[in-house]
Structure formats: structure tokens, C-alpha cells
Design a binder for this molecule. Structure first.
Ligand SMILES: NC(=O)c1ccc[n+]([C@@H]2O[C@H](COP(=O)([O-])OP(=O)(O)OC[C@H]3O[C@@H](n4cnc5c(N)ncnc54)[C@H](OP(=O)(O)O)[C@@H]3O)[C@@H](O)[C@H]2O)c1
Length: 258
């Protein structure tokens, strides 16, 4: 008997890693509810994979819209088996002209929006089959990097949110996976003007994640060589982390920035 397709809500599916994840999961036959603000790329996926895509676009920082997305998914499917919270943004901080509004924007998108999505998703996951909640965090949380105050804070917050939620959801048998990518070639990183060692394509990153999701590991951190270098650095005392970080600081941190 053919297996029932998994019903997955994937956020940030309009570009980069999310778009590549959507492609890989749809190729496997999964049914996807797709969210992002740009509807064009989502419509394209709907046309290419007829009957597999539920369009639930919108700005995920809008709490009311996210609640409405939850209702739309419930009306269409009744439940969710998996949720992959991938939508995110990055802005760099110039410590010489510290702008707290960058924190508001980045944390609203990366952390608050994720909490809105969790609120909408949990009742649906509780009705799903072998429920699984996945969050795309970042390897940035392993080491304090220059100019990453806002992005790193948002991703460190996300990591804690999901690791804590994992403990609380264990008794309900809802598994929680944290994905920690290194550098992936996407519109988000195409804006960067600094070296990004061991960067991989969005397609390779998506393949790596999708191949491991079924086993529901606590964490999917990659690329392997990048993590092999980063992991020991993350265990160093704060003094040594400061020395490493200082070597990465540029003379004019915002020079060349868009
Ligand atoms: N690229 C990397 O090297 C890297 C490394 C570590 C972690 N990550 C994480 O991977 C995830 C995907 O990033 P990416 O590199 O693929 O960047 P990307 O190409 O810029 O994709 C970001 C996605 O998030 C969506 N999004 C952003 N703000 C949104 C909002 N307010 N409401 C709804 N959707 C929103 C975007 O869609 P719209 O703009 O259409 O709304 C887009 O689909 C992010 O969480 C990022 O932090 C990336």
C-alpha cells in the first residue's frame, strides 16, 4: 500500500534554502503548505507540483496572519505531520553607530515570527502522524562573530527556544530538530562582502537536510568540514574566542556595505 504523503508546513519557501527544501521535499512526494511574502515563487511551485502544494503566503511577523494561516491549513488538511521553520533575515550591526532598530527587525523576523508559527502549528502537529518540528537556526551561535550581534542573538534565542521546547514536547512525542547550517549560497549570503569558507549550494544544503530529517536527529549541523573546524573553537575559553573574533574585525566595519 502506498504511504500517505507527509503534510509539511515550510516557511521561507520563496528563495534560497527554503526554495531548495521545497523542491527536494516535493520531489519526494510530500504535501507542502508554503509560506513567504513573495507569492510568485510559491505559485511557480504550485504549478510544477499540482495537487501537492497549499499556498499560505504572508508576512510571518504579523501575528494575526500567522493565526489565519493555521486556520487555513486546518481547513485544508486537518493536521500537520511536520513543520520546518526556515524563514529568516540577516542584518549586520556597526558597533560604532549602534542601531537598536536592527535588533527589532531581525529578532521580530527570526524569533518572534517563529514563536507565532509554533503557536499556530502545535495544535495541528498534535493531530498529525509522527509529528516533527524543525527549525533552521545557524552555526553562528557556535562563535561570537563581528557585526553579528543582532543575527547571532536572534539565532541563539531560537536555539534556546527549540531546545527548551524539545524538553516540554517530549512527553507528547513531538520530535524537535535544530538545523545549523554554515555558509550556504543564497540571496541572504550573496549580500555579504567577506570571505565565507566552505560555502555550499542551496541545493546541496537542502539535500543534506532532507536526507537526515527522517531520522529526526536533535541537530543537523553542516558542512561536516566546517563544523569540524568550528566545533573545537566553540569549546575554547571566552578569552581565546575574543582573540579569534578580533582577527576577523575589519578596520571600517561598514565599508562596502549596501
Ligand atoms: N545562507 C546561509 O548561509 C545561512 C546560514 C545559516 C542559517 N541560514 C538560515 O537559513 C534560513 C533561510 O535563509 P536563506 O539563506 O535561504 O535566505 P533567503 O534566500 O533570504 O530566504 C529567506 C526566506 O525567508 C522568507 N522571509 C523573510 N522574512 C519573512 C517574513 N517576514 N515573512 C515571511 N517570510 C519571510 C523570505 O521570503 P520573502 O522575502 O518572500 O518573505 C525567504 O523565502 C534563514 O533562517 C537563515 O537565517 C542561512
Amino acid at each position: 500500500m502506498a504511504e500517505t504523503p507527509r503534510r509539511i508546513w515550510l516557511t521561507g519557501a520563496s528563495s534560497g534554502l527554503g526554495e531548495a527544501l521545497a523542491e527536494a521535499l516535493l520531489q519526494q512526494g510530500a504535501h507542502l503548505a508554503l509560506s513567504a511574502r513573495s507569492e510568485g515563487p510559491l505559485h511557480l511551485l504550485e504549478r510544477r507540483f499540482p495537487g501537492q502544494v497549499l499556498l499560505v503566503p504572508g508576512d510571518l511577523t504579523d501575528h494575526d496572519r500567522v493565526k489565519a494561516i493555521g486556520v487555513e491549513i486546518e481547513q485544508a488538511w486537518g493536521a500537520l505531520d511536520s513543520v520546518i521553520l526556515n524563514a529568516g533575515t540577516c542584518e549586520y550591526v556597526n558597533a560604532k553607530e549602534f542601531d537598536a532598530l536592527i535588533f527589532e527587525r531581525v529578532i521580530r523576523t527570526n524569533l518572534f515570527a517563529s514563536s507565532y508559527c509554533i503557536e499556530a502549528a502545535l495544535p495541528l502537529l498534535r493531530k498529525g502522524i509522527r509529528p516533527h518540528l524543525t527549525d533552521v537556526a545557524s552555526a553562528v551561535t557556535y562563535l561570537p562573530l563581528p557585526r553579528s550581534e543582532a543575527y547571532g542573538a536572534s539565532k541563539a534565542g531560537l536555539r534556546y527556544l527549540f531546545e527548551s521546547l524539545r524538553v516540554d514536547l517530549a512527553q507528547e512525542h513531538i520530535d524537535v530538530t535544530v538545523v545549523s547550517p554554515g555558509f550556504v549560497d543564497t540571496p541572504l549570503t550573496q549580500k555579504n562582502d567577506f570571505p565565507m569558507p566552505m560555502m555550499i549550494s542551496a541545493e546541496d544544503a537542502a539535500r543534506h537536510i532532507v536526507e537526515r530529517l527522517d531520522k529526526r536527529p536533535l541537530e543537523i549541523a553542516f558542512p561536516a568540514l566546517f563544523m569540524a573546524a568550528l566545533w573545537p573553537l566553540s569549546r575554547l575559553p571566552a578569552k581565546l574566542k575574543l582573540i579569534i573574533g578580533k582577527r576577523m574585525v575589519r578596520q571600517d566595519p561598514m565599508e562596502g556595505d549596501a
